[in-house]
Design a binder for this molecule. Structure first.
Ligand code: GLV
Ligand code: MG
Length: 338
């Protein structure tokens, strides 16, 4: 089955220039919860009303002796809340393909609550073969259990091999929903010398050339994740998928979290993972366009009703291409306002 994901509009005379439509669902944050923790689970109904996506995590951070409890907790959690009623997405992160738990994760969850599950997040995806395997398993399980709404697949980009194969992963199946940067596992896989979950490093900097007066040389910290996010966004957008910043592990540093999320947003990401309640407010703030930017974008759209031609606004040239940029921002602002 082909899911309707690509948006090509024929360019009829007088019609607006074609542009890729924004995803219609707001997914500013994928909020992680540990389903084996009964206390956290009890708060999920309330939480579901405040976030765009709730994800029950079965993989890393769940101790081995709690894997089964996490799976059963997820089933209980899915049954206890009507996520669809509030338009909140229900996702799970299953265990990795090379783990002993993945079959039980998928078999039990699709059998028990497959009709409530929107997206399966698959960790440590290395190539399209991993997606093909999950795709076929899901198709078989959906058929067996009468699940009629296709369960979508979201890959975590967190191995060097996965980054090398990012385009093939993005186009591996019409079930693909999107991809997230997994900075912790990716750092390890690449042999990066860090001990952090996302964010920068004070020693990753570029130093300015020496000056003739011998003044102290300025230096600036660089973004460790720019390259990967750029590759991920291109692969996703070329295939009609959504790209996400993954986790930011220092819950005490809201400023740095916000800066990383904002860079990802500006580069084309739709959202980020939130692991702590403080990060939900950050994601809501970041993954919505700036009001001043929206106001200017509205002026561009209004100045070029058919999306073509060239006009000057505040001394800045606008044309078909800036109209498309403006439309991205205006459409997102409308979605946030809904
Ligand atoms: C997420 O899973 C990460 O490894 O950063
Ligand atoms: Mg990981």
């Amino acid at each position: 089955m082909k899911l309707p994901r690509r948006f090509f509009q024929p360019l009829a005379a007088g019609a607006p220039a074609p542009f890729r439509e924004l995803p219609v669902k707001l997914e500013r944050m994928i909020h992680f919860v540990p389903p084996h923790n009964e206390k956290v689970r009890a708060r999920v109904p309330e939480l579901a009303a405040t976030v765009d996506v709730v994800l029950g995590n079965l993989e890393d951070a769940v101790p081995i002796d709690q894997k089964e409890a996490a799976r059963k907790g997820f089933v209980a959690m899915a049954r206890a809340t009507d996520f669809a009623a509030s338009g909140t997405g229900l996702w799970t992160r299953i265990n990795a393909l090379n783990s002993p738990w993945i079959l039980d994760d998928l078999f039990e969850i699709v059998a028990e609550v497959g009709d409530k599950l929107d997206v399966v997040m698959v960790p440590k995806v290395e190539g399209p073969w991993d997606i093909h395997y999950i795709d076929q398993l899901l198709a078989q399980l959906e058929a067996r259990h009468g699940v009629t709404k296709p369960i979508l697949v979201h890959a975590i980009l967190e191995t060097a091999e996965g980054v090398a194969n990012v385009d093939a992963i993005a186009s591996a199946s019409p079930r693909m929903h999107g991809m997230s940067l997994g900075p912790a596992d990716l750092a390890a896989s690449r042999g990066m010398k860090t001990t952090r979950v996302g964010g920068g490093h004070p020693d990753y900097r570029v130093i300015a050339d020496p000056t003739s007066d011998g003044a102290a040389r300025a230096s600036a910290q660089q973004d460790l994740w720019h390259y990967t996010i750029a590759r991920m966004v291109d692969a996703c957008m070329a295939n009609g998928l959504k790209a996400f910043y993954g986790p930011f592990g220092d819950f005490s540093d809201g400023e740095a979290c916000e800066a990383q999320f904002r860079n990802a947003f500006l580069m084309g990401c739709a959202g980020a993972w939130t692991l702590h309640p403080n990060q939900v407010a950050i994601a809501k703030r970041v993954f919505a366009p700036d009001p001043a930017e929206v106001a200017f974008a509205v002026r561009i759209v209004e100045a070029m009703p058919d999306g073509t031609g060239a006009v000057m606004l505040d001394g800045k040239m606008q044309d078909d291409a800036t109209w498309k940029q403006a439309k991205v921002i205006v459409d997102l602002a409308k979605l946030v306002a809904e």
